[in-house]
Write a protein that binds this ligand. Structure first.
Ligand code: AMP
Ligand code: TRP
Length: 351
């Protein structure tokens, strides 16, 4: 189901100039971001970061540490600063190459918040009231931050600012990308064609990695630091092995893929598939007649993916000035890319 071709027909010069400068020579522009609200998990890797690395040569890409989004919930300023740098360092350690893609920090590019306001003047409260994440995380609580409510509009601004055609994210972000599409379409209709209408690009495997202890809930970086349910990208191998070996499965003796009725074992198969490049987790089930071997292979596969990342992380973390310089350069490039779209949106809306 591709709407982009039709929705973007006749797009104005701002949008086409993005494309003309696309180094990959395609019309694809990929944008995505991760919030520095906690230590990144295997879910972030399989649903997002690992795919950024695979996609970076296929299109013009902008990947962002979305630190403004981290202000939507209670936060400690010092920890936020540390997590922002840790997340940027993990981007590099995972293999994102600043010579190939733009790596930036959201708060370095003021166009994000400027465009957000223009889009807030396009979005309806009825739309934001429907956002599942807001309903779950804050609705009805008097001390919920206003920014949590308007967060999907900032996310739309992030994407639209760079003319993002594809947004690689985990399954939980589907509704937010839909909103970005709706806002782009509405703005274009009311004020003239200004934005590219983006599409969600979901992972085929690992789009929703579940908590190992509570496999009906998503694995989250907001889990407590000592949680056995979340595998962190920087967990040492022995911790990964322990977490996987203690993962909740079920009472059935055989190994089978059935996410609805057997979420624990299905999640392990999904993780194994995601970490070995296998496209069909169900096909892996037949290779196992017990949980012990499945857990051993899953732990090995996760360690196999994360160990090289951790080694590079150790090198990069020893040189924070290099990471800072990379982000500075990324911010300059991002500002250049963002400026024409913001200018066009301002003009279109009457400023
Ligand atoms: P967040 O942790 O909310 O900042 O998410 C950053 C990216 O990781 C988004 O694309 C999410 O959809 C993705 N993500 C987060 N948790 C998971 C998970 N458990 N499984 C798959 N993708 C995830
Ligand atoms: N909201 C996303 C999340 O929680 C993070 C994010 C912010 C994002 N802006 C974005 C993802 C733009 C993709 C594109 O995961």
């Amino acid at each position: 189901m591709s709407h982009t071709a039709t929705d973007n027909r006749g797009i104005d010069d701002t949008v086409t100039s993005h494309r003309a400068t696309n180094p990959a020579g395609t019309n694809r522009t990929i944008f995505s971001g991760i919030q520095p609200t906690g230590r990144l998990t295997l879910g972030n890797y399989l649903g997002a970061l690992g795919r950024f690395v695979d996609l970076q040569h296929a299109a013009r890409c902008v990947f962002c540490v979305v630190d403004l989004h981290a202000l939507t919930v209670e936060h400690d300023p010092r920890r936020l600063h540390q997590l922002t740098r840790e997340t940027a360092t993990i981007y590099l350690a995972a293999g994102l190459d600043p010579a190939v893609c733009v790596l930036t920090r959201q708060s370095d590019v003021s166009a994000h918040t400027e465009l957000m306001y223009l889009l807030e003047s396009t979005a309806y409260v009825g739309e934001l009231n429907r956002m599942i994440q807001f309903k779950e995380k804050g609705r009805g609580r008097p001390r919920t931050r206003v920014s949590l409510y308007t967060y999907p509009v900032l996310m739309a601004a992030d994407i639209l600012l760079y003319g993002g055609t594809e947004v690689p994210v985990g399954d939980d972000q589907r509704q937010h990308v839909e909103l970005a599409r709706d806002l782009a379409i509405r703005f274009n209709r009311e004020y003239g064609r200004t934005f590219v209408v983006p599409e969600m690009s979901p992972a085929t495997v690992g789009a929703r990695v579940m908590d190992l202890q509570n496999p009906t809930a998503k694995m989250s970086k907001d889990a407590p630091a000592d949680s056995l349910g979340s595998i962190r990208l920087l967990d040492p191998p022995e911790v990964i092995v322990r977490k996987v070996s203690r993962a909740v499965t079920d009472t059935s003796p055989d190994v089978g893929y059935d996410p609805e009725n057997r979420p624990g074992v299905s999640n392990l198969l999904e993780i194994l598939a995601g970490c070995t490049g296998e496209s069909d987790p169900a096909a892996l089930a037949g290779k196992y007649d017990g949980y012990a071997a499945l857990k051993r292979d899953t732990a090995d596969a996760v360690v196999g993916v994360l160990e090289p990342l951790q080694n590079r992380y150790a090198e990069l973390a020893a040189d924070p000035a290099h990471v800072d310089a990379t982000l500075r350069l990324g911010a300059e490039r991002a500002r250049e890319l963002a400026a024409p779209t913001l200018a066009a949106a301002r003009t279109a809306i009457g400023l």
